[in-house]
Design a protein around this ligand. Structure first.
Ligand code: NAG
Ligand code: NAG
Ligand code: NAG
Ligand code: NAG
Ligand code: NAG
Ligand code: NAG
Ligand code: NAG
Ligand code: NAG
Ligand code: NAG
Ligand code: NAG
Ligand code: NAG
Ligand code: NAG
Length: 654
């Protein structure tokens, strides 16, 4: 099968780029009428003249060939020199910074040539790039050959070869798939005019793809050969691969960060997940870079899939693979109306208050495990052929699990408690998420206002010897109070069925919104010791309680709104971190009368302790999962506070 646009004369070769585009349009049209061609765009070039590359530009002739079409191999036109060697054809790389898509069958090798003409063509302008390089580990040094990047016209320069697997063989067994199909291999010659590349080749750089991605850079000088080979298929898999190969003398067309996820799970509920990127810059809020990040329309997107969907196994480093196989995707296009399960925005919430991108992923299944990857489409504003880095970038996968019970709802971007971003106790029959936000925000802003009146009685903004402390100001006190107030009045909710021991059971005697019961009545009357460190006095009430008589387990910490207005039923609370309370006591004038409960006298049921292993064992504003344990800890000063030094005062909310 031939295309009308298949033949180009040498004179037309300067138009090859636009012709390729036309051909690609043709392929799209044609593929609609050809079911074998569901994902694949396959450009094959008639090999005539390839051996004398540089003298003859006939290899620009582009011929559309159909998968399984024997014509490709032996259908050369009369007069053409038959090709020798294991590779039946040489395919020309169509342009710098362009995807060259091809199907490949198990056991086959395809040979590609990057012409001297492309090698000597001028570099492509790159645009300004993102305001700063996000997620780059500080110790990474720039690669040496970057220095050569713009030396147009030089005898040698670095060429960047990268590949993405777009489609791969699928699992055709009824048993559970545990591994992906085997990977393709990329061969890049290490000297000019060497077409002996491939499984039996010589003088070549060999790189097996890793999860559907590989990149090789070589110092090149003129015509260059590249090969891609497919392994034999193990039993259980059927089908072919389709890949996208790109060569550029500007920079890699595809990238993958193979060590860093640069994405954090904030929290989930039974149908959605909230994720944020790492800090996009460490600059101060007054800098231009800081503001430029916040002014961007969200530059990154996200792909996600249920872990039960094994079709992405083997392509997790491939932008092209994810864009074919994802279950959930968010990209800038989705913001312009297309219905998508992902809402994206730029925020400064969270630790450090630096710019980040936020992803709110909805329409998920409950009780399910997902993986998601951060992705960048092209260079973030433009993608595809002609764009330096137009093939996109993928980071490492982040796992998350949706909740099971329907009474924890993700809540974030509140007007007053703006740092709250986690699941809170909820009940779809009392408040929808809009109402829930209003109830919590009303409560906290009113409470804060009362505190602010009290603070006004304190000599704050006076000369330093009249101040209550010369290290803490009233602004420190106000900030600590707000952190504490938001964390304790808006509790963080986990499934009641979650067995983790650091969780505090709440509202056990309340009916669940759909009248379902997780609790057999005899559990409610079992003994419960709310304060494990309480003095073991005979008849101490601490040792004679049951789940339904203990306030700690039969009510919430905010009875005014949670028990009586929201009525979520039984849930587990991830307790606020005890350092929030110590920080409050330390930052505020003692005349305000703040104190924290002692161990054995309410501390255990009211506050949690941070873990040193990076897991989230208590709640603080800005918390995310899997943060490095060291940065997870607050300033050590709060932890060093001696409990004995604290004034013991009953708090309204403990
Ligand atoms: C590709 O593999 C198929 C089946 O294994 C074979 O028939 C065909 O000749 C191979 N093509 C090339 C170019 O080697
Ligand atoms: C992306 O590439 C286009 C054209 O290639 C360029 O105009 C644009 O500025 C680039 N975007 C960034 C963020 O560099
Ligand atoms: C895939 O499996 C089905 C059912 O076992 C079988 O009928 C079919 O032939 C298999 N396909 C291939 C390409 O082997
Ligand atoms: C491949 O790309 C990654 C980043 O995407 C880079 O760290 C690595 O050095 C590259 N490999 C080569 C051989 O250039
Ligand atoms: C996912 O797989 C697990 C184990 O194979 C199974 O128990 C579970 O029901 C599956 N979930 C979905 C949503 O398919
Ligand atoms: C969880 O999913 C199951 C199956 O789709 C559904 O029957 C159940 O109602 C869901 N639970 C909640 C709380 O949405
Ligand atoms: C939430 O509930 C209120 C009334 O209770 C209603 O006016 C509003 O439209 C609801 N919002 C959504 C998003 O359903
Ligand atoms: C929140 O406060 C506003 C203003 O005081 C009031 O109109 C609104 O009804 C309150 N909302 C809830 C849910 O209590
Ligand atoms: C103290 O002064 C600063 C700036 O003058 C002001 O922003 C702050 O609100 C004052 N604090 C109190 C508690 O009055
Ligand atoms: C739960 O039970 C109460 C009283 O028996 C009933 O009024 C209510 O409709 C039930 N709710 C559901 C969701 O079944
Ligand atoms: C436990 O809480 C439920 C619902 O809030 C209430 O009806 C019950 O009386 C409480 N149990 C005790 C022993 O106070
Ligand atoms: C981290 O420590 C907590 C207790 O502090 C424990 O429950 C959790 O299992 C630990 N996690 C890991 C991954 O070791």
């Amino acid at each position: 099968m031939r295309f009308p646009c298949a033949k180009l004369t040498p004179l037309q070769s300067r138009f090859v780029a636009s012709f390729s585009a036309l051909c690609l349009l043709g392929i799209v049209y044609w593929s609609l009428s050809n079911p074998h061609f569901a994902y694949a765009a396959e450009l094959a070039v008639d090999g005539s003249g390839q051996a004398r590359s540089g003298e003859d530009h006939n290899w620009h002739r582009i011929e559309q060939s159909r998968l399984h079409d024997d014509e490709v191999e032996d259908g050369s036109e009369a007069g053409e020199v038959p090709l020798l060697g294991r590779a039946a054809a040489v395919t020309a790389i169509s342009a710098n910074n362009a995807p060259n898509q091809l199907n490949i069958q198990p056991g086959n090798t395809t040979l590609w040539v990057y012409s001297n003409e492309l090698f000597t063509s001028p570099s492509t302008p790159t645009g300004p790039g993102l305001p700063s390089d996000p997620g780059v580990k500080r110790h990474v040094e720039p690669m040496h050959h970057d220095l050569k990047r713009r030396q147009d016209g030089a005898q040698t320069k670095t060429i960047y070869v990268s590949i993405n697997t777009c489609v791969q063989p699928t699992w055709n067994e009824t048993s559970l798939q545990t591994v992906g199909p085997p990977q393709l291999t990329l061969y890049v010659s290490s000297e000019a005019n060497n077409d002996a590349v491939g499984p039996d080749g010589t003088s070549q750089v060999v790189q097996t793809l890793s999860e559907g991605f590989a990149n090789v850079s070589v110092t090149a000088s003129g015509t260059w050969y590249i090969a891609v080979s497919a392994p034999a298929l193990p039993s259980g898999f059927v089908g072919v691969w389709n890949y996208e190969l790109a060569v550029s003398h500007d920079a890699y067309y595809h990238s993958a960060d193979e060590s860093d996820a640069f994405l954090f799970q904030v929290d989930t509920d039974f149908e959605s997940a909230l994720l944020v990127t790492g800090d996009l810059t460490q600059q101060k809020p007054s800098t231009a870079t800081f503001q430029q990040w916040l002014d961007l329309s969200p530059p990154f997107s996200i792909f996600a899939a249920n872990v039960n969907d094994t079709s992405i196994l083997g392509m997790q480093n491939s932008y092209c693979g994810w864009s074919n196989k994802h279950q959930v995707a968010g990209s800038q296009l989705d913001l312009n109306g297309t219905k998508s399960g992902v809402q994206m925005s730029m925020i400064t919430r969270g630790l450090g208050s630096k710019p980040k991108e936020q992803f709110y992923v909805t329409n998920l299944d409950n009780s399910s495990s997902y993986i998601g990857v951060l992705a960048q489409s092209g260079n973030s504003t433009n993608s595809g052929a002609g764009v330096v880095g137009g093939g996109g970038k993928i980071w490492q996968p982040v796992p998350w699990q949706t909740k099971t019970d329907g009474n924890c709802a993700l809540m974030f971007d509140l007007p007053f408690c703006s740092d709250v971003a986690y699941a809170v106790p909820s009940n779809p029959q009392t408040y929808n998420i809009t109402g829930l936000r209003e109830v919590f925000d009303n409560y906290t802003s009113v409470s804060y206002q009362q505190f602010a009146y009290s603070l006004q009685q304190i000599p704050c903004n006076t000369t330093s010897d009249a101040q209550y402390s010369n290290v803490k100001t009233c602004d420190d006190c106000a900030a600590a109070y707000k952190q504490w107030l938001c964390a304790v009045s808006i509790p963080r909710c986990e499934d009641f069925t979650n067995p983790a021991t650091y969780l505090q059971k709440r509202n056990m005697g309340q009916v669940y919104f759909n009248n379902q019961s997780y609790i057999s009545p005899d559990i409610l009357t079992q003994p419960y010791i709310p304060m494990s460190r309480a003095p073991t006095l005979q008849g101490s009430p601490a040792y004679s309680q049951t789940y339904n008589t203990s306030l700690a387990t039969n009510s919430s910490r905010n009875t005014a709104i949670i028990d009586s207005l929201i009525m979520p039923g039984p849930y587990n609370e991830l307790l606020p971190c005890e350092d929030l309370c110590y920080s409050l006591v330390q930052s505020c004038p003692s005349s305000l009368g703040f104190g924290c409960p002692y161990p054995g006298r309410g501390l255990e049921a009211g506050y949690g302790v941070r873990s040193t292993n990076g897991s989230l064992t208590c709640s603080y504003l800005g918390a995310v999962y899997s943060l490095n344990a060291a940065t997870d800890l607050v300033a050590p000063v709060f932890r060093a506070v001696s409990l004995a030094a604290l004034v013991m005062v009953g708090l309204g909310v403990v």
